[in-house]
Design a protein around this ligand. Structure first.
Ligand SMILES: [Zn+2]
Ligand SMILES: [Zn+2]
Length: 360
């Protein structure tokens, strides 16, 4: 199964003509999962090869506008891109307040979606007194909303944090999705996607030598089932190599500290980490809850990831190839700062696609 990331908005704070506000798509097996939805994300989607009607899960890292202001509009536009009667409920995951935000914006704009959506908020099961002792930026207490549910809201569920400090969002087709809290100016989340173990590589030459014709029998044994040919039973273990580790992907919201992710984020294949400012602005970055390339590298090394992708870049850094006026900087300076100590780094740009291959 293909895992393909497409960056639709790699800018921090606000959209610009050359870099959209935060939005990333993951295409898997015909489905599209969307991460954050800053203002203008639907236009970016229309310009890309990602199909709006295929979006069936949306993950919001935090409630800042540059990650969220595009969501109500996108939900309305999806209506025009799907067969409504057959559309399963769209699942939306995120921090406390997400359901209330959607109720208010969809109700007050008299929006009709025509399909159902479900909201899952990642919360802490704490009382108000305990919550009062927690700094607001790391407080995941549910936010009560007085707004009535929107007509198309099919469910509003709370997912409680587990004793190990992480949230288990769901487990589906062997894929486990967890989240952990990140340090930022408001409650922020990092999502971890762990694919289940994959069957070993098929030794096609061995099967052919046994006289099995290429075709459906190959596919059957590759999927882990025994086959019968010329009266003999061939088991997957006879012709498949050792089981392979599934892929692991980490997508982080804004942060200046991802230590809470260390337990669940180890040995990922790909890490998407913000790099809002360059290294010389580290102090200011931390004050604002953001990261520099060296901080992103620190996280990548602590998590033993294979590949680091920098995104959420200040609009101050111009895209590669754009002519620079005097005093202007290119995103290449962010890339160089990261590559100095973590070679397998790339810097994302809008409409970049990255395939995450299966481990061999
Ligand atoms: Zn942001
Ligand atoms: Zn933010």
């Amino acid at each position: 199964m293909e895992w393909k990331l497409t960056f639709l908005g790699t800018g921090a704070g606000l959209p610009s003509p050359t870099r959209g506000a935060s939005c990333t798509a993951l295409q898997l097996k015909g489905d599209v999962w969307l991460f954050d939805c800053g203002e203008g994300s639907q236009i970016q989607l229309m310009r890309s090869t990602v199909r709006l009607g295929k979006i069936n899960k949306i993950f919001i890292t935090h409630m800042h506008g540059d990650h969220l202001f595009g969501l109500p509009g996108l939900l309305c536009t999806i209506t025009q891109n799907v067969a409504l009667e057959s559309k399963p409920a769209l699942k939306i995951y995120g921090p406390p307040g997400l359901a209330g935000y959607l109720r208010q914006s969809l109700n007050l704009s008299y929006s009709i979606l025509g399909y159902k959506y479900e909201v899952y908020e990642l919360v802490d099961d704490i009382d108000e007194e305990t919550a009062g002792e927690i700094p607001p930026e790391s407080n995941f207490m549910p936010i009560k909303t007085t707004a009535p549910p929107h007509f198309d809201e099919a469910a509003y569920n709370l997912i409680h944090r587990q004793p190990d400090g992480s949230w288990l969002l769901f487990e589906e087709d062997g894929m486990k999705v967890h989240a952990a809290a990140l340090k930022h100016r408001v409650p922020s989340l990092g999502f971890v996607f762990q694919e289940g173990p994959l069957p070993g590589k098929l030794d096609a030459a061995k099967l052919i030598a046994l006289g099995v014709p290429q075709g459906p029998l190959f596919a059957k044994i590759k999927s882990g089932q025994s086959i019968e040919h010329n009266g003999a039973v061939i088991n997957p273990t006879d012709v498949l190599g050792p089981e392979r580790r599934g892929r692991k992907l980490i997508i982080l919201g804004d942060t200046c500290d991802c230590t809470q992710l260390y337990k669940i984020g180890q040995n990922a294949d790909v890490l998407l980490h913000e790099a809002t400012n360059e290294n010389k602005d580290m102090e200011k970055s931390i004050q604002n809850g953001h990261s520099t390339p060296s901080m992103a590298v620190g996280c990548a090394k602590a998590l033993c990831v294979k590949k680091l992708i920098l995104y959420h870049l200040s609009q101050r850094y111009k895209p590669v190839g754009e002519p620079l006026k005097e005093g202007e900087l290119s995103v290449e300076c962010l890339l160089e700062e990261a590559k100095a100590s973590f070679d397998n780094t790339i810097v994302a740009y809008d409409f970049l696609s990255v395939n995450i291959p299966v481990n061999n």
